[in-house]
Design a protein. Structure first.
Length: 533
């Protein structure tokens, strides 16, 4: 029912470009109302390309067909709407209309200069009827002008978006103004390195006077008020963050614990202190109810605890408790994470785990419990094979600034065999259930055993580029395939371990964007045992 500005940002960015597709950005200054880094990546929409990328193809991986593309006559209808003369140049206005729906096309007008057939301006939009994803409408207006004799470039671009979903109606404007073109900059061979975007060390330190002098388009009144209001609120919030009054207010305004929250939607609770905050979350119980032939009906209680305090690290505890009503077994284990507060994109953590749990024989969990329950109840087939294990595990994960992803882990398991305790099924009641033992391993007994297993994996994607902040670099994905090498070692005789093997796996995966042809995803893997006992 309310109206207001959710997000407001402005930035000044230097853009270096060279064909084919070489790009480097330097963020001179950037700000966001209420604090933050702002949105500093300018969006380039090039209608001279046959396949037009809008917001880096996030709104349609296939891209959109330009009205002036090769073969555009197969997709568009054109109507001449008149002409005018500006600075001695005749400008023709052409209306473009898609011939068919459900194809990635634009509607609107495009103005073309006579004789040299350059774009003078565009006013084009597309909707969900023409393969637009996520948004309801996007409209792109551009104005082109000469920057040197016989060289025209985009001078301004505005992208208007409309989003309607779940009762919300949101609109947004992305205004880009391009100036100070240098057509022959003379880049050296090393200019376009692996850093795609670099932030100046003082990019977020500029005052209001700087922005008033730099800004090419004046702010609207509501935008001025938004900057003043949110900046003031942010300052007040920071100053009062740990005041007793603020903490008491947060405590009183929490939603109560409800039956619906516990069983269906999930439940949250925050515990505030002057030095730290503890957040508790309970996953809803109903979706955690399962059925299998080992436990019968089971329920899994999943809780998360997040501990935030002043210092370098945040802490998280995931506690899982599971009870099977047919075999009457109670299992409970926990995962404890230690994560640095800075550079969350690197997904760096140390995880300590332990307790008693129920596991599939393949701990990648390839069989969905709901799918398995459906087969068991409707066709009396039990594909999911389970065992219990007391375990302890330590794991370290990190993504380096180079983009290389590393994972190391060491696990101890005391493995306990399980038997079927129920054969209930809605249909096919005379059928005989298979034992809780993998069919492929039927010739091997499964007795209680222990295992100590160490593992490491390395993931690398060539061609990665980076965003360089004053405090570090963040890697970006590239168009190249991703390579992963895994090695797992079973260590014999430690803590009674019976495992003695060396296993390796190498895989390649990619998501190839074929533009109008769609997407092609693949993953290829090969592996084996160096030895196994």
């Amino acid at each position: 029912a309310g109206q207001g500005i959710l997000f407001l940002s402005e930035s000044l960015t230097k853009v270096d470009y060279a064909k084919p597709g070489k790009l480097k950005l330097e963020v001179i200054s950037s700000r966001e109302s209420g604090g933050g880094y702002g949105l500093s990546f300018p969006f380039f929409i090039n209608f001279y390309q046959n396949n037009v990328s809008v917001f880096d193809n996030n709104l349609n991986p296939r891209g959109f067909i330009s009205p002036i593309a090769d073969g555009a006559l197969n997709y568009y209808k054109y109507k001449y709407e008149g002409s005018f003369v500006e600075d001695g140049v005749m400008i023709n206005t052409i209306r473009v209309t898609p011939k068919r729906k459900n194809e990635p096309l634009f509607t609107g007008t495009i103005q073309i200069s006579e004789d040299d057939w350059r774009i003078y301006s565009t006013d084009l939009f597309t909707t969900k009827d023409y393969s637009l994803e996520m948004l309801d409408t996007i409209r792109v207006t551009q104005l082109h002008a000469p920057v040197e004799k016989d060289i025209w470039k985009t001078k301004s671009q505005v992208a208007y978006i409309v989003f309607k979903q779940f009762g919300f109606h949101m609109t947004g404007n992305f205004v880009n103004v391009y100036s100070d073109y240098d057509i022959n900059p003379g880049f050296n061979k090393k200019h376009f390195g692996r850093v795609l975007m670099k932030y100046d060390t003082a990019f977020n330190k500029k005052d209001t006077a700087y922005w008033n002098a730099t800004r090419p388009v004046a702010l609207e009144n509501d935008e001025k008020q938004n900057f003043v209001f949110k900046d003031s609120v942010n300052k007040i919030w920071r100053d009062s963050l740990r005041s007793r009054r603020h903490i008491d207010s947060l405590r009183k305004n929490q939603k109560p614990i409800t039956v619906k929250g516990i069983f269906w939607s999930g439940q949250n609770r925050n515990f505030y202190g002057k030095r730290a905050t503890l957040t508790w979350h309970l996953n809803p119980l109903i979706p955690q109810v399962e059925y299998n032939t080992v436990e019968g009906v089971s329920v899994n209680v999943e809780q998360q605890f997040y501990y935030y305090r002043k210092g370098k690290y945040n802490y998280q505890l995931n506690w899982n408790t599971r009870y099977g009503f047919s075999n009457t077994h109670l299992n409970s284990y926990a995962d404890f994470y230690i994560r640095p507060k800075t550079m969350g994109y690197r997904n760096r953590y140390l995880k300590l785990s332990g307790g008693k749990r129920l596991s599939q024989f393949n701990q990648d969990n390839p069989i969905n419990p709901l799918t398995n329950a459906a087969y068991t109840l409707l066709d009396k087939k039990n594909y999911m094979k389970l065992y219990e294990n007391w375990f302890g595990r330590i794991e370290y994960n990190n993504r380096l600034e180079s983009g290389l992803r590393l994972n190391f882990h060491l696990t101890y398991e005391d493995r306990l065999p399980l038997e079927n305790t129920t054969d209930y099924s809605f249909f096919n009641k005379d059928a005989v259930l298979l034992p809780n033992h993998p069919y492929e391993l039927a010739h091997l007994p499964f007795d209680r055993n222990q295992a100590v297993v160490a593992g490491a994996s390395i993931i690398w994607q060539p061609g990665q580029r980076y965003i360089e902040y004053p405090w570090g670099k963040a890697p970006l994905s590239s168009d190249a395939p991703e390579f992963e090498l895994q090695y797992t070692k079973g260590i014999k005789s430690i803590l009674g371990s019976d495992a003695d093997f060396d296993k390796w796996k190498f895989s390649v995966k990619d998501n190839m964007n074929l533009k109008i042809g769609g997407e092609f995803k693949y993953k290829i893997g090969v592996g084996g045992f160096l030895n196994s006992k």
